[in-house]
Design a protein around this ligand. Structure first.
Ligand code: SAH
Ligand code: SF4
Ligand code: F3S
Length: 494
């Protein structure tokens, strides 16, 4: 196959992107209409049944994006499959947050070379946060020649056009690959089809309320690959929420990298606490969750809105990242450990039953043993119900990647293990304290385990493995009989 590159149009990448004068744009209805027309054309052009597979890596934002990808593929006449060998189109939606995430994706892409060799007509596409980085796109262009299409986060809404470009090139003399990784401040595209056919189909849903991030934490790639922070209009969010409730969804998670700054830059006059209240006002029994909250923008207004809104889950995920003020400052987090602990106390004053979870990074460049021990002490004080712990991973183009880092990997691993052991003990104690209590839980799914046939979640998002009779999608009362570091065990009592 001849390969011609039609466009690598990235203009800037890395730290510079944040400082450039790029505008956030609203994709017009006309532009979406054009994509719709292309989808209809692609659908009409198939001469046999066609199948597509979407593989998703990374966070819930990517899960939500994949629902859009699947929605567009369905409209283009593709049926979904979970098997690569059946797929005419495979889209790999990628994550760039840590090196490990990227390595896994390269492994998956590499393994598809055999599929492509056996069926040269299939289309392999790579999109998402990794693809948005010029260096990654270059690597795919040079070393993964079986990939036909690469598009970044900003081009997601143009999948119909890009895929149809690739398909049109088939059979023509100038077969080519398509790369679209324009660097943009970002856009909001409303009205794309969406296929919510994930693991908890019909029960749990993602609802993006904003995109991008302006915080530029020194270690983080997200602002560089997701563009500037931009909020969806309140009416668009509310109309999605109403539709989800009408369709019977019971657990709605509002998504954004920093939901606390929702509404900034729109003229709707609705901030995140007010958005929570408005969604809470929708009739029906359902839970409202959200992630992620940034400590620098969280405060009394948020906690009061949570406490006063019965449908808002008693769960706050509030990443602290480091327990030492010098490190926090180097990370550009915008708060101190004292302020963080103050927020925790305030949140618990408003909601004594609040489940608190967090993210933390071990081994940020220059973090000393003493500074790391401040993280341990913060964990002992805050007593999180659960915590996600990461070893720092340098990301090309971020300021932290240029900082001196003399701590050996093994030492970082030792610190990581200490932190994990501490948190595991706290999680276990917390989970044991549920024993003997009756809690209201939402039954998620059948578990496949005959002794504990259902998985359910508390309002605080603790996993409960349930016995007794239940129906996925229903709220039930459960008596908790056991708890360990990771989950609770319970029996349905009503
Ligand atoms: N917007 C969210 C987090 C998004 S990334 C927030 O600000 O809280 C999810 C988590 O990955 C972060 O909270 C952080 O703990 C971790 N993370 C991000 N970049 C990382 C890096 N370069 N190395 C290790 N962990 C990282
Ligand atoms: Fe990354 Fe910080 Fe933005 Fe979270 S707030 S996505 S950690 S830059
Ligand atoms: Fe990964 Fe992109 Fe999410 S980098 S964590 S998929 S925003």
């Amino acid at each position: 196959m001849r390969t011609k590159l039609v466009c690598i149009r990235s203009r800037a990448h890395g730290a510079r992107a944040g400082k450039r004068e790029l505008n956030v744009t609203e994709i017009t209805e006309l532009q979406i209409e054009e994509q719709r027309a292309i989808m209809a054309r692609v659908r009409g052009g198939h001469t046999r049944d066609v199948y597509a597979r979407v593989m998703t890596f990374g966070c819930q934002q990517n899960e939500a994006d994949s629902e859009r990808l699947r929605g567009m593929l369905l409209e283009m006449g593709y049926a979904m499959t979970g098997a690569s060998e059946d797929a005419d189109v495979i889209i790999i939606n990628t994550c760039a947050v840590r090196e490990h995430a990227e390595d896994r994706v390269f492994g998956v892409i590499g393994a598809l070379v055999h599929q492509k060799r056996a069926r040269p007509d299939m289309v392999i596409a790579v999109c998402g946060c990794m693809a948005q980085q010029e260096k990654v796109a270059e690597r795919i262009r040079g070393s993964y020649k079986h990939v036909d299409l690469v598009f970044g986060t900003h081009a997601l809404w143009r999948l119909p056009e890009l895929l149809s470009d690739v398909l049109n090139a088939r059979g023509s003399k100038s077969d080519y690959r398509v790369f679209s990784i324009d660097d943009e401040a970002g856009s909001i595209a409303e009205g794309l089809p969406q296929a919510r056919d994930g693991q908890w189909s019909g029960i749990k849903a993602w609802l993006s309320v904003m995109y991008g991030c302006n915080n530029f934490c020194a270690y983080c790639i997200v602002p560089h690959v997701r563009g500037r922070e931009r909020s969806r209009r309140v009416e668009a969010v509310l109309s999605d929420a109403r539709e989800l409730v009408r369709d019977g969804y019971r657990d709605i998670t509002l998504l954004g990298q920093n939901v606390n700054s929702y509404g900034r830059g729109t003229d709707d006059g609705v901030d995140f606490p007010e958005l929570l209240r408005r969604i809470n006002d929708i009739d029906g029994e359902f839970l409202i969750r959200f992630m992620t909250s940034h400590p620098k923008d969280a405060g009394e207004r948020l906690f009061r809105a949570m406490a006063e809104s019965g449908k808002v889950a008693r769960h706050l995920h509030l990443p602290f990242q480091a327990g030492n003020n010098r490190v926090l400052q180097q990370m550009n987090r915008g708060y101190t450990r004292e302020r963080y602990l103050e927020l925790v106390a305030m949140a618990r004053d408003f909601m004594p039953d609040l489940v608190l979870t967090s993210d933390v990074i071990v081994g940020f460049p220059g973090e000393t043993l003493e500074e790391f021990e401040d993280t341990l002490r913060l964990v002992e004080t805050a007593r999180f119900d659960a915590m996600f712990t990461f070893i720092y991973s340098p990301r090309n183009g971020t300021p932290a990647a240029k900082m001196e880092d003399n701590t050996p990997r093994e030492e970082k691993q030792r610190r990581f293990d200490r932190l994990l052991a501490l948190q595991n003990g706290i999680s276990e104690e917390k989970h044991r304290s549920y024993v003997g209590k009756t809690v209201r839980v939402l039954v998620d799914a059948e578990s496949g385990d005959a002794a504990l046939p259902y998985n359910a979640r508390t309002s605080g998002n603790r996993l409960v493995r349930l016995s007794g009779s239940a129906v996925p999608g229903e709220f039930v009362d459960a008596l908790i009989t056991a708890g360990n570091t990771w989950s609770l065990v319970g029996v349905v009592i009503a």
